[in-house]
Design a protein around this ligand. Structure first.
Ligand SMILES: Cc1ncc(COP(=O)(O)O)c(C=O)c1O
Length: 233
């Protein structure tokens, strides 16, 4: 996920359906305010509610959104048989978070773009990966299937040492895994979220040791840019 490669959902749904398969989309990075897989032809959409749906980094959970009766019946059976359901308090937190999803995502979109544009101009940054930038190889696809480009971005600072330095020097952003909360989180995927992926595989997918990921929150974007300026400086 840190390399932010997109899938053409409508086309993939066509191919899946032509072969009698279902298309299930993990829509966690976008949230329903930014991308609606079911409207694009997917059969199910799954979300880690831990992320944007709850939005405040204080609950862990997940949902499956299905439209076909047989899928819903099967999911109900699994839910009942396995018993892994969200407790009442977590359910309440997610429902409360969902009420502000649209306004939070609007700000994540604005801040994601502002931080991406700032980084793209920075002399110490070799590459920025953000679907909202024209330099993203699937920018045209992002424009057709997303409404805004979300708050997730990655950037390459050339060396592992430089990546470590940025992650350790930020003051406003927290160095942490997870994503999708109102507060900005920075992480080093190669040693954190993706440390268990073999090094050769990481390189194959473009996940270098010099890559830094940011889950851009909803703070004042000027504060985020000031923090990155001092951390990169
Ligand atoms: C795209 C995506 N889907 C699902 C998950 C799983 O989330 P959880 O840990 O809440 O099950 C993650 C976690 O980072 C994620 O990034």
């Amino acid at each position: 996920n840190p390399v932010l490669r997109l899938t053409d959902i409508a086309r993939t749904a066509e191919i899946a359906h032509a072969h009698g398969a279902r298309l299930v989309v993990d829509n966690t990075f976008a949230s329903p305010a930014v991308q609606r897989p079911l409207e694009l032809g997917a059969d199910m959409s799954v979300h880690s509610t831990t992320k944007y749906l709850n939005g405040h980094s204080d609950s862990v959970g997940g949902i499956v959104v299905a439209v076909r009766d047989d899928d819903i019946e099967w999911l109900r059976f699994v839910q009942n048989a396995a018993g892994a359901i969200l407790g009442p308090f977590d359910s309440w937190l997610v429902l409360r978070g969902t009420k502000t999803l649209a306004v939070r995502m609007a700000q994540h979109n604005v801040n994601g773009m502002a931080v991406a544009q700032f980084l793209a101009e920075h002399p110490k940054v070799k590459q920025v990966i953000y679907p909202g930038l024209p330099s993203h190889p699937q920018h045209a696809l992002a424009r057709t299937q997303m409404r805004g480009f979300g708050g997730m971005l990655s950037f390459d600072v050339g060396t592992f040492e430089a990546a470590r330095r940025v992650c350790n020097r930020v003051k406003l952003m927290a160095l942490a895994e997870s994503l999708g909360g109102v507060e900005t989180l920075i992480s080093h995927p190669a040693t954190m979220t993706h440390a268990s992926v073999p090094a050769e595989r990481r390189l194959e997918i473009g996940l270098t040791d010099s890559l830094v990921r940011i889950s851009v929150g909803i703070e004042d974007p000027a504060d985020l840019i000031a923090d990155l300026t001092q951390a990169l400086g």
